[in-house]
Design a protein around this ligand. Structure first.
Ligand code: NAI
Ligand code: MG
Length: 358
């Protein structure tokens, strides 16, 4: 049999991204050896440092260089001295938009041995996904400002919900639910207050649900839904929301599931016309960067999501199993999780566990 080879574009970025990405690669490499596939890595040093030297976060043909990759494995971007909107709009947003990564996917799962801020909750209570629409909705550039600086000054920004855009993210959520035992999708809405776009979203949600009779559905207005995330995290399986509501939920979800240092995320182009991008939820953490003490688990778990997307489910499961076992059984922990271990200690322990995985 021919071994599969996956082309991975690697962008460590700034700060702790340069420390977490090598550990992510260490574990991916162990998984590739153990499960019999190859990773062909292309490294890109695009970052705020690049910006200082060249005036650009990435070269003009940056997207073209990434286009033929099977996936993009990213650390974090952003560094003091370079405004965040420059690092974000110079690198992350062009990749997400240019490659039509219209699903932002975040697992919210309380791992054994991790402390949640919610009292009395265990791993069986918190295990859901947030599916955020990643290209349209409230984050549009339609609108403007007029009569600037006068009494008549006004500003508008229009939300844009297209049938294609809404349907495709809803379909993704339902398809994801079909792969899970509970088969449940919750929709985030606000059709009581936002009376045009949100009823439309609800209408498309109901229409999509009719294609999936095996899936249970419910919906909540975003305000009470946030409260339910805290009070009843066990209600949720797959939660789908527009760009803005999904943005809020996709920070709240990982927060109720414990440390930001372990939370992974994926920006997915489900049709695979373009590469998808896998990155931890956290940023570049300038306060602890360069010390070798950051938690690499969010990066490593993002690597597992990448392998799952590439079709290497067994390898992805082995990485997740290794993370679970390490956290449950008192393996090395970084400071954010109450331990003393270095970043590399955690990476090495997980790589060894994956190499031994059954
Ligand atoms: P941050 O996530 O970098 O840090 C927030 C807090 O969490 C800090 O105290 C940090 O030390 C801690 N932390 C984060 N990741 C950790 C890890 N793996 N292990 C241990 N502790 C960890 O968020 P912040 O401070 O708001 O942003 C810093 C920079 O990162 C900014 O320039 C921001 O724009 C950028 N950023 C980039 C993101 C991305 O690349 N997708 C996402 C969020 C922020
Ligand atoms: Mg956010």
């Amino acid at each position: 049999a021919t071994r599969k080879t996956y082309r991975i574009a690697v962008i460590p970025g700034d700060g702790i991204g340069k420390e977490t990405v090598p550990e992510g690669l260490r574990v991916l490499d162990a998984a590739a050896r153990r499960f019999g596939f190859d990773l062909q890595l292309a490294h890109y040093d695009w970052s705020c440092e690049t910006y200082r030297q060249t005036g650009r976060m990435m070269p003009e043909d940056g997207l073209d260089r990434l286009r033929d990759s099977d996936s993009i494995f990213l650390g974090a971007v952003g560094w003091p001295g370079v405004p965040d909107h420059i690092s974000l709009w110079g690198l992350l947003i062009p990749i997400r938009r240019g490659f039509d990564q219209y699903v932002n996917l975040r697992p919210c799962r309380l791992m054994p041995g991790v402390r949640t801020p919610l009292a009395g909750r265990g791993p069986e209570d918190i295990d859901f996904y947030v599916v955020r629409e990643n290209t349209e909705g409230e984050y549009s550039s339609v609108g403007g400002r007029m009569f600037e600086g006068t009494e008549r000054e006004f500003v508008t920004q229009e939300s844009v919900f297209t049938r294609q855009g809404v349907d495709r993210v809803l379909r993704y959520a339902f398809e994801l639910a079909m792969t899970r035992p509970r088969r449940k999708v919750t929709s985030a809405t606000k059709s009581n207050g936002i009376t045009l776009t949100m009823p439309y979203w609800d209408e498309r949600f109901a229409a999509m649900a009719r294609n999936y009779p095996e899936v249970t559905t419910d919906q909540y207005h975003i305000d009470i839904l946030c409260a339910h995330f805290v009070q009843h995290p066990d209600w949720f399986d797959v939660v789908v929301g527009s760009n803005l509501f999904g943005d809020i939920l996709s920070d709240l979800g990982p927060a109720v599931a414990g440390s930001i240092g372990i939370a992974p995320s994926a920006n997915i182009n489900p049709e695979r016309r373009f590469p998808s991008m896998f990155e931890p939820v956290h940023g570049s953490a300038p306060d602890i960067a360069g010390k070798g003490i950051c938690n690499p688990i969010g990066q490593i778990w993002s690597g597992a999501m990448m392998l799952e997307h590439l079709g290497e489910k067994a390898a992805a499961d082995a990485i997740l199993g290794a993370i679970e076992a390490l956290l449950a059984q008192g393996g090395p922990r970084t400071r954010d999780m109450g331990g003393q271990a270095a970043t590399v200690d955690v990476g090495k322990a997980l790589a060894e566990a994956v190499a031994r995985a059954g």
